[in-house]
Design a protein around this ligand. Structure first.
Ligand code: GLA
Length: 405
């Protein structure tokens, strides 16, 4: 059975990352510092964050590695182990427009960090840097590799540059970088889930007012398994922004009839029933997912607090079906992963995670069922698709940090 990434795995991989740093960037007298930022898996509240709803994600013990060494010449040099082409620029001459490449994420964050620290009259020690990115999170698989790189950059550079920014500042810089510089209209869930992670807990985040709470989860009774379909959709970013737009349009229309609502989350099921026929069919479908998902996420919270994991799992599977049928963000591969997981005794529930369109599903199961679950899902998927998907148990994580080896 493929095991989880243990703490040791992470330390071993970071050790290799430091070796890779020296071979890319060369030796030098200054110390190389190593940082880690996790990814996240979303369990409840599918496509609710940008509608002001509640979500319940958790950080996972896979993520982004950063190796950083100060330079004396004011040059910032960014490299990734996934791409031979890096980027160099002088401090004060940060790129002003996105390039469409991975460097947009750290560049966007650097711009935000420097602007925020300047606006506060910051007296940090901003200097040139060599930075090598890497990690053990599948990219573009719905596990938030983009927020992981953004929050990781915000955390590590705030520290190395001594900017005096707290975790909330770092999360906001990461969010603005992705929305404004990279141009994805993402909600607040991903950087919050990563930046505010606490092991053994889910994050309950109310995206309307940004209040949050950590809710304990008993890993002796519940395992979180992630299955990767191995399919990435080219259209994902465009389709994601389209869903954001459709929800905004549905809300504009419904607001005429429910004037007290400040966002789609505020439209209660009774008002929605009364006014749904006024929406165009596609917008009605999208909004009907959101309205039901808000109710379901509160019910899931209650089931979690009561330790009723079977009920919790039932809500998770209902979410998947709603994302599939009403929000139309699933794919045949994701549906196959979900349905095959549900065939195993001891599986509580399953759904696509992240934006959808491809990427991963998440499965909640009793720990005793995990071995059979992994075997069954891999075998069913490979019989239909012809290749073995990665199906692994993920653990929670404590969020961005410096790692001393
Ligand atoms: C993506 C976005 C998140 C959220 C999810 C859907 O992961 O980055 O903000 O909207 O999709 O729940």
């Amino acid at each position: 059975m493929p095991g989880p990434a243990t703490h040791n795995d992470c330390a071993t991989l970071l050790g290799k990352h430091r070796i890779a740093f020296y071979s890319r960037m060369g030796e030098g007298p200054q110390t190389v510092r190593l940082f880690f930022a996790p990814g996240r898996v979303n369990l409840f509240g599918g496509h609710l964050d940008y509608n002001g709803g509640p979500v319940m994600p958790t950080a996972i013990d896979r993520g982004t590695f950063l190796a950083i060494r100060p330079r004396t010449d004011g040059i910032v040099h960014l490299q990734s182990r996934l791409d031979s082409q890096g980027l160099e620029f002088e401090l004060g001459q940060e790129p002003k427009a996105k390039s469409g490449r991975w460097v947009d994420y750290p560049v966007g964050v650097i711009r935000e960090l420097l602007a925020l620290s300047k606006s506060r009259g910051g007296d940090g020690k901003v200097c040139g840097l060599d930075v090598l990115f890497g990690g053990n999170l599948p990219v573009g698989a719905g596990l938030s590799s983009s927020a992981s790189i953004c929050v990781g950059t915000a955390f590590a550079l705030s520290d190395v540059w001594n900017l005096g920014l707290n975790r909330a500042d770092q999360v906001q810089c990461a969010l603005r970088a992705e929305r404004e510089f990279v141009g994805v209209q993402c909600g607040i869930m991903d950087p919050f889930a990563i930046g505010l992670a606490k092991p053994g807990h889910l994050l309950w985040l109310d995206c309307k007012d940004e209040t949050f709470e950590h809710l304990p989860i008993d890993f002796d009774e519940l395992s979180i398994v992630v299955a990767n379909s191995g399919v990435q959709r080219e259209l994902a970013a465009g389709e994601f922004n389209k869903r954001v737009q459709q929800c905004a349009s549905a809300f504009q229309e419904l607001k005429l009839w429910v004037p007290e609502a400040q966002c789609l989350r505020d439209v209660d099921p009774a008002s929605f029933e009364q006014h749904r026929s006024k929406l165009e069919p596609v917008l009605e479908q999208r909004a009907s997912h959101v309205v039901a998902e808000v109710v379901r996420t509160f019910a899931a919270r209650q089931a979690l607090l009561e330790g009723d994991y079977a009920r919790l799992g039932m809500f998770m599977t209902e979410t998947h079906r709603s994302l599939r049928d009403k929000f139309e963000v699933s794919s045949p591969e994701l549906d196959l992963l979900v349905e095959s997981a549900l065939e195993v005794e001891g599986c509580y529930g399953s759904r696509l995670t992240g934006a959808g369109f491809g990427g991963c599903t998440v499965i909640m199961a009793h720990p005793n069922a995990v071995q059979e679950l992994v075997r069954h899902v891999r075998s069913r998927y490979s019989k239909v698709k012809g290749w073995m998907p990665d199906v692994e148990v993920f653990h929670g994580d404590s969020g961005p940090r410096e790692v001393q080896l």
